[in-house]
Ligand binder design. Structure first.
Ligand SMILES: [Zn+2]
Length: 116
């Protein structure tokens, strides 16, 4: 089947260059799905945007939900050391980044130790 679900929500928020490549199909979901009607590669819809091929579902997500954070971090609920970003352990930095209190305390302690 030459279709790839792009999004089931926020149809009206898609930019024109994406919207003209999708067709709305009722696949029996609670809402009609947008089906990719252009290039497919590895099972995903691709579109040339800003001079390079990009994943349609990613662009669609960004169009609806805002930019996807750069970098390899996939698990946004735990710090790189595996501590949960939750409760007292979660600090929101001025930049908006999540900071792990356990790791911050450890790095502060290391910094202090160097200056003693
Ligand atoms: Zn941590």
């Amino acid at each position: 089947m030459k279709t790839s679900p792009v999004s089931c929500a926020g149809h009206g928020k898609l930019p024109e260059f994406l919207a003209r490549r999708v067709v709305v199909q009722d696949l029996g979901h609670t809402t009609p799905c947008l089906e990719w009607d252009a290039a497919l590669h590895l099972g995903y819809g691709w579109v040339s945007h800003k001079g390079k091929p990009q994943l349609a579902h990613r662009l669609a997500y960004e169009a609806i939900n805002g930019p996807i954070p750069e970098g390899p971090v996939k698990d946004r609920t735990h710090c790189p050391q595996g501590h949960a970003y939750a409760g007292d352990n979660l600090i929101i930095a001025k930049s908006g980044a999540k900071v792990c209190r356990i790791c911050k305390r450890a790095s502060d302690a290391r910094r202090r130790a160097r200056h003693v």
